[in-house]
Design a protein around this ligand. Sequence first.
Ligand code: MD6
Ligand code: FE
Length: 212
Amino acid sequence: MYCHEIPGFPGAFHYPGFLTQSAQHDMSVQIIKIIQQAPLFVSYMPRTGVPMSVRMTNCGPLGWMSDKTLGYRYVSAHPETLRPWPAIPSHLLEIWDELTRYPKPPEACLVNVYNLDAKMALHQDRDEIDLAAPILSLSLGYDCRFRLGGQKRNDPSETFVLSSGDALVLKGPARRCFHGVDRILPTIGSELASPLADFGVRLNLTLRRVNE
Ligand code: MD6
Ligand code: FE
C-alpha cells in the first residue's frame, strides 16, 4: 500500500489508488444500495439558505446535514424519510481500522455526490465533538481538484488531484485544516476506475468519529 504525507501539511496522508478496481466496483454497489435506502438530499447553508451543489446521504448511527434554520449538525435519522441511516458497510469499517488505527469506530459516513458542475467551498470539519479523531475520505468516479490549506482560512493552500480509489486521511494538525473541492474534472485518473465515472459523477465518502 503506497502512501505519502502531503508536503507542507503534516498529518495529511494521501493513498493514491488505495482501492483496487474490483474494490471500487464493490464499494460503488454498496453505496448505490445505501442511496436506495436513504435517498440523496440537498443541504442548505446556515442563515442564507443557499442550497449546496452536492447531493448527499449518510450511513452509520449519525449523519451530517445542514439547513437554513438549524445549520450544520449530526442527526440520527434521514431528514426526509425520518428513518435511521443504513449501517456503515463492513469493508468501510475495516478500512477505517487499517488507515486510522483509531480505537473507536466511525459514527458517521457522509456520502457526497458531485455532478460535473458541483463543488465544495473551503471549510473546516469542526462539527464533531471529538476533534482528536482522524477523518478518512475515499473517492470514487471522476477526478477532482482538491484544495488543502492551513488552520486559518487565509493561510496558503495547494491543490492536488484526488482520483477514484484514492484515500485521504486528515489527522493531527491537518485535522483542522481548511479544504474544499475546487472543481470536478471530467477525467478518470486511473483506467482502473470505478464504474461510477460512467454515470458522470464523483462520489466522496468521509468517515468521522463524532462523540468522544
Ligand atoms: C470531498 N472532502 O473530497 C470533500 N473532509 O469531496 C472533505 O470535505 C473532507 O476529504 C474532511 C477530511 C477529508 C476530506
Ligand atoms: Fe471536509
